[in-house]
Design a protein around this ligand. Structure first.
Ligand code: HAM
Length: 444
C-alpha cells in the first residue's frame, strides 16, 4: 500500500512502549495452579474435625480499629510497634489490617452478645492476616491462620480439648511436631516472678550482653527477654529464674491438671520455661507447636496459643474465661509430605472425552446428567485430541473414560473404556448412566 493510501485509511498506529511488569508486594505470596491441593488437604480435614468437636465457623473483617490491637495484642508488642499495617482513612479514623485474629474475635463476641449463646462457645476462624515482618522462608507479610477458641470454660478442660485437637490434626497430616507448654501465672503471682527476672537481667554481667531490643524490653516488658532470638540473649535466658518456681497455688494446680490429662491421653509435650509468647493477653497456660530442631536457634512455630481469661473484660465485655490457639497455614504447608497430599486427593469416577463440536455439546449435557446422578465426573472440553484427553484421564486415575465422537453421536452410542484393562465397549447412550452407577458401586 502506498504512503498516501495509508494516510487515507486513518492515523498510523504507534507501537506500544514496552510495559514493565508489576510485581507482587514484598513478603506477599500467590497461590498458584496446583498449590491448592495441599491447602485443601489441610483445610478439609480441619473443618471436618472441628465440626466433630462442636466448633462453629465464624469470620471477622480484615479491617479493624487500630485501638483494638493496642488494647489487646499489647502497646509494646512487636506486632503493634513494628509490624502492623495501619492508616488513617478519609474520615480520620485510624484503622489497621488485622495482624492477628484473637482481638477481632473477642470484639465480635462482645459486640454481638455471644455470651448469650450456650457456653462454652467453641469457634473456628480461618483467614489472612498481615504483619510487616522481615520476610523469609515461612515468614510472610500476608499469612493465613486457623484459629480455634473456647469461651466460657475456666477449667483446664479447655486447654485439654485444644491440645487434643492439635494432636489429632498433626497425626492426620503426618507432621511430627512437638508441643511446648508453659504457664505465665496470673496477676497475683506473675509480678513476683517479673521482679526476680528483672533483678537477674539487671546484674551488670548479664545486662551488658543483652541486645539493644532486650535492653528496651527490660524496662517495658521483661517477660519478652526470654523470647529473644539473638544468640547471646538465648544463652542468658537459659540461666534466668523459671516462672514455674513462682506460680501461686491455683496456677500451679491448673498447670498440673493440664499436664496430667496430656499424660493420660499419651500426648507428648515439652515443658518449656522460656515460652512466653509475643502477645500481652495470656494468663496461665501458653503453648506452641514447633518442629524439633538440632540448632540452638528456636525454629519458626507452626502454631501457638493459650489462655486469655482477662481479654474480654479488658475490651469492655463481661468477665469471661477463654482459651485458644492458631496454626499458621503457610508453615504447615512447608512441613507436609507430598505423598500425604496426593493420597488425600479424591479419585474421580469417570472422565468424559469428546471429539468435535457436536459431541462436545452433547457431552456438556451428559456431564450434567452424570454429575446430578452423584457421579464424580471430570472433563477437559478445551482439549481437542483424544490422546491429550486420555492423558488427563490417566493422571486423574479414573476407573472409566467415556468417549463420544461423531460416529457415536449419530448412532446414539458412546464408548466406555476401562482405564485399567484398556478394553473398550460400545454402549447405548441412553443406558450409560445406569451401567456406570451399577459398575461403580461394585468397584467402589
Ligand atoms: P501467633 O503465635 O502470633 O499467635 O501466630 C500463630 C501462628 O501463625 C504462628 O505460630 C505461625 O505459625 C503463624 N504466623 C505468625 N506470623 C506469621 C508470618 N509472618 N508468616 C507466616 N506465618 C506466621 C496468634 O496470632 C494468636 N492470636 C493465637 C491465638 C488464638 N491465641 C489465642 N487464640
Amino acid at each position: 500500500m502506498s504512503k498516501k493510501n495509508n494516510q487515507l485509511s486513518g492515523p498510523t498506529i504507534q507501537p506500544r512502549p514496552a510495559m514493565r511488569p508489576i510485581h507482587r508486594v514484598k513478603g506477599m505470596k500467590d497461590i498458584q495452579p496446583g498449590n491448592y491441593d495441599a491447602w485443601n488437604f489441610l483445610l478439609r480435614s480441619t473443618f471436618k474435625l472441628a465440626e466433630f468437636h462442636g466448633f462453629e465457623r465464624i469470620d471477622t473483617p480484615v479491617l479493624e480499629s487500630f485501638a483494638l490491637y493496642e488494647r489487646s495484642s499489647g502497646r509494646t508488642s512487636d506486632i503493634v510497634t513494628k509490624e502492623m499495617y495501619s492508616f488513617v482513612d478519609k474520615s480520620g479514623e485510624r484503622l489497621a489490617l488485622r495482624p492477628e485474629a484473637t482481638p477481632g474475635i473477642v470484639r465480635a463476641y462482645i459486640e454481638h452478645g455471644w455470651f448469650n449463646l450456650p457456653q462454652p462457645l467453641k469457634t473456628l476462624w480461618y483467614g489472612p492476616l498481615f504483619r510487616r515482618d522481615k520476610p523469609q522462608l515461612g515468614r510472610y507479610r500476608q499469612h493465613h491462620q486457623l484459629n480455634f477458641d473456647i469461651f466460657g470454660e475456666a477449667g483446664p478442660w479447655a486447654e485439654i480439648q485444644l491440645l487434643f485437637l492439635i494432636h489429632e490434626l498433626l497425626q492426620d497430616w503426618g507432621i511430627k511436631a512437638q508441643i511446648d507448654i508453659n504457664s505465665l501465672g496470673c496477676a497475683d503471682c506473675r509480678p513476683n516472678y517479673t521482679n526476680e527476672l528483672v533483678k537477674y537481667y539487671k546484674e551488670k554481667k548479664h545486662r551488658e550482653q543483652l541486645c539493644p531490643d532486650c535492653r528496651r524490653r527490660l524496662l517495658k516488658n521483661p517477660l519478652r527477654l526470654l523470647d529473644c532470638k539473638e544468640p547471646a540473649c538465648i544463652a542468658l535466658a537459659q540461666d534466668a529464674p523459671q516462672i514455674i518456681d513462682y506460680l501461686c497455688g491455683p496456677c500451679k494446680e491448673h498447670l498440673v491438671k493440664v499436664l496430667e490429662f496430656l499424660d493420660n491421653l499419651g500426648i507428648q509435650y515439652n515443658l518449656n520455661s522460656q515460652l512466653v509468647r509475643g502477645l500481652d493477653y495470656y494468663d496461665r497456660t501458653v503453648f506452641e507447636v514447633v518442629m524439633p530442631s538440632a540448632s540452638a536457634q528456636r525454629p519458626l512455630a507452626l502454631g501457638g496459643g493459650g489462655r486469655y481469661d482477662h481479654l474480654i473484660e479488658s475490651l469492655g465485655g463481661r468477665p469471661t474465661p477463654a482459651c485458644g490457639f492458631a496454626l499458621g497455614l503457610e508453615r504447615l504447608l512447608l512441613n507436609l509430605e507430598p505423598h500425604k497430599v496426593a493420597a488425600s486427593k479424591e479419585r474421580p469416577d469417570v472422565f468424559l472425552a469428546q471429539l468435535g463440536e457436536g459431541p462436545r455439546l452433547k457431552s456438556l449435557r451428559l456431564f450434567e446428567e452424570l454429575r446430578q446422578a452423584g457421579l464424580a465426573v471430570h472433563q477437559s472440553f478445551t482439549k481437542e485430541s483424544l490422546k491429550g484427553q486420555l492423558a488427563i484421564a490417566n493422571q486423574l486415575k479414573v476407573k472409566y473414560t467415556l468417549i463420544l465422537g461423531q460416529k457415536e453421536l449419530l448412532d446414539g452410542t458412546i464408548l466406555l473404556r476401562d482405564m485399567e484393562s484398556g478394553s473398550q465397549e460400545v454402549v447405548d447412550l441412553k443406558k450409560i448412566k445406569p451401567i456406570l452407577l451399577k459398575r461403580l458401586t461394585k468397584t467402589r
